[in-house]
Design a protein around this ligand. Structure first.
Ligand SMILES: Nc1nc2c(ncn2[C@@H]2O[C@H](COP(=O)(O)OP(=O)(O)OP(=O)(O)O)[C@@H](O)[C@H]2O)c(=O)[nH]1
Ligand SMILES: [Mg+2]
Length: 602
């Protein structure tokens, strides 16, 4: 029987929460206070959000390992992403730790993704420590947040032990934690102590044959494929021969070319690691999540981990718009294909398939953010391509068609409640709960088909006049709902190639809202705005004024042009219609109407 490992003082903990509740900021504080940063050294914020997009958007996309030493004990910490598209990643990470810290924003209380991650933690038998965060802010009710978390534990069927959870209050940003609101504290010591006390030491037997399960994949040009996971049993030594047990049961022999441990923000080469520790190893090019690295003499696989199936599909197409190839560095079908294939090395929830046309690739992922980040990353690397409207992936379960559903929580001003309920009703949403919160606001909870949420955010922002907060999280596949009409208004389409003029835009202002400004280059078929009525409308946006002897008038009149809708990538992905394409280049985001294909003549 395996038991606590003697002589290996380790704790493994995952930090989980709803998006933006402060996981990464808290990890910063733990790193800082454990003495990783030298005295006087400036500590950057959210150091764990290491890639450019993460820093820019202030979100965590990939889970990341770090480790700190506290009182002679090594605490391996895994920071996880909070956005629901990455829920599968959180679930996998929970499989390699022995405890978790559930962070809840004192103001917002539990949100959809809090429920999702807590459910997964409870299913894994973990006993979460609850950290009520951001209590430095005015108008928070931390005690109420604890009550709501307890309700959630009960609702999710937690056992008595789990419901008797330890909780702390604090602020990751201000760097303190305390056991109750009455106590004063200026540091994280109470949290460190709670981790040591309540997170059980890892179980596993270092004398048994090696078993390491791969939970995360990484890639470096230098080391090639990197596998991150937990040593469940045995001991692993750099350079040793091992067997990789593939998910189909086949065995591949190889060698650990590099063994790395975590220390603060770095991965450092270590000579060996024992059962219970989290490590990164290199040595195999082909490997999938959930596979086991084992002792070559006694290869025994650990139970496979399931990777969430994709829920959203998009087609990536070589750009063939009239402006194709003008702005991108990588534009060919070959380049596009290679790049997508390379993404598969680390992006485990992504699927890429060839289609019957060499210029089109079917790309499936976990949601609009998951695919949106890929598109944004590629465009920054210099790629130019087009994508189609995202489509929800249906599935047949027990012979009947099913579609993905999500839990949606909205926090809106009272006067927006009616129109939100109405809009979701049209999208086959079902209300689960409605509760008045502070300051005349209302929290609404819905279960709604994912299909109904495509393009909903824009409407929601309008309905709540920009004051609503919404967040949603994948629930499960349920029987398919009927069709519903969630059509937007028609679009304004440029009628010929040229440069948009102030005169023309001004003249057509009463037709709708533009996405472009005077000076924008347009082509025939390019979508330049939203019509204020359902049909599409073609118009000439390049018309020049005939008489131009009143020269100074321009500047004054310019001020009176309505400001255009900024079509960001995210907004465009939500907006795009079925017969449209989104053209993505390093410099531009353009929507275009695709010509209707006439059926071939017989
Ligand atoms: N007032 C206050 N703000 C905080 C605190 N902790 C985090 N924040 C702010 O909350 C926002 C989100 O913080 P992050 O640490 O990035 O949150 P996260 O949970 O890692 O977010 P994701 O990784 O995207 O899920 C940032 O703007 C932080 O500055 C806190 O203790 N007090
Ligand atoms: Mg984060």
């Amino acid at each position: 029987m395996s038991g606590e490992i003697k002589g290996a003082p380790i704790r493994n903990i995952a930090i989980i929460a709803h998006v933006d509740h402060g996981k990464t900021t808290l990890v910063d504080a733990l790193l800082e206070q454990s003495g990783i940063f030298r005295e006087g050294e400036a500590v950057p914020t959210c150091v764990m959000d290491s890639n450019d997009l993460e820093r820019e958007r202030g979100i965590t996309i990939l889970s990341k390992n770090t480790a700190v030493d506290y009182n002679g004990i090594r605490i391996n910490i895994v920071d996880t992403p909070g956005h629901s598209d990455f829920g599968g990643e959180v679930e996998r990470v929970l499989g390699m730790v022995d405890g978790c810290l559930l962070i809840v924003d004192a103001n917002e209380g539990p949100m959809p993704q809090t429920r999702f991650v807590l459910k997964k933690a409870l299913e894994k038998g973990l006993r979460p420590i609850v950290f009520v965060n951001k209590i430095d802010r005015a108008r928070v009710d931390p005690e109420q947040a604890v009550d709501k978390v307890l309700d959630l534990f009960l609702e999710l069927g937690a056992d008595d032990d789990q419901c008797d959870f330890t909780y702390l209050f604090g602020s990751g940003m201000a760097g303190y934690a305390k056991p109750d609101m009455a106590t004063e504290s200026d540091n994280m010591k109470p949290l460190f102590d709670a981790i040591l006390r309540h997170v059980p030491p890892p179980v596993g037997d270092p004398t048994k044959p090696l078993q390491l399960q791969v939970t995360t994949l990484d890639y470096s040009d230098f080391l090639g494929r990197i596998m991150i996971g937990r040593v469940h049993n045995g001991t692993i030594v750099g350079g040793q021969s091992v067997a990789l047990i593939r998910d189909d049961g086949s065995i591949k022999r190889g060698r650990i070319s590099k063994l790395l441990g975590f220390q603060g923000l770095q991965r450092v080469e270590i000579p060996e690691a024992r059962a219970g520790d989290l490590v990164a190893v290199a040595g195999f090019d082909e490997v999938n999540i959930g596979e086991t690295i084992a002792c070559p003499d006694h290869p025994e696989a650990l139970p496979l981990i399931k990777v969430d199936e994709p829920t959203l599909q998009m087609t990536f197409v070589v750009n063939d718009s009239p402006f194709a190839g003008k702005e991108g560095k990588f534009v060919t079908s070959r380049q596009l294909r290679d790049r997508l294939q390379r993404e598969l090395l680390t992006n485990v929830a992504l699927r890429v398939e060839d289609t019957d046309s060499p210029d089109r690739f079917s790309v499936c992922g976990r949601g609009e953010l998951h695919l949106g980040i890929l598109i944004e990353t590629m465009r920054r690397e210099g790629f130019e391509f087009q994508v189609s409207q995202p489509q929800v992936i249906f599935r047949t379960i027990d012979g009947t068609p099913h579609e993905p559903f999500e839990t949606l929580v909205m926090d809106v001003p009272e006067e927006a409640v009616g129109s939100c309920i109405e809009k979701l009703g049209m999208r086959k949403g079902e209300m689960q709960n409605m509760e008045a919160t502070s300051d005349g606001r209302t929290q609404l909870e819905f279960v709604v088909p994912s299909r109904g949420l495509i393009g909903f955010r824009g409407e929601f922002i309008r309905a709540s006049r920009g004051e609503g907060i919404m967040s949603h999280s994948f629930l499960d596949y349920r029987p398919m709902q009927g069709d519903f009409d969630a059509r937007r208004n028609g679009v304004l389409i440029a009628f010929e190639e040229g440069t948009a003029t102030f005169y023309a835009l001004k003249g057509a202002e009463d037709r709708g809202q533009f996405f472009i400004t005077p000076g924008t280059k347009v082509y025939k078929g390019m979508i330049v705005g939203e019509h204020n009525r359902p049909p599409d409308l073609e118009l000439n946006v390049c018309k020049a004024k005939q008489v131009t002897n009143i020269r100074s008038a321009g500047a004054e009149v310019l001020d009176t042009l309505q400001s255009p809708i900024q079509m960001t990538l995210e907004r465009a992905l939500e907006y795009i219609g079925p017969d449209e394409m989104l053209e993505v280049t390093p410099e531009s985001i353009r929507l275009r109407k695709m010509p209707v294909k006439k059926p071939a003549k017989r």
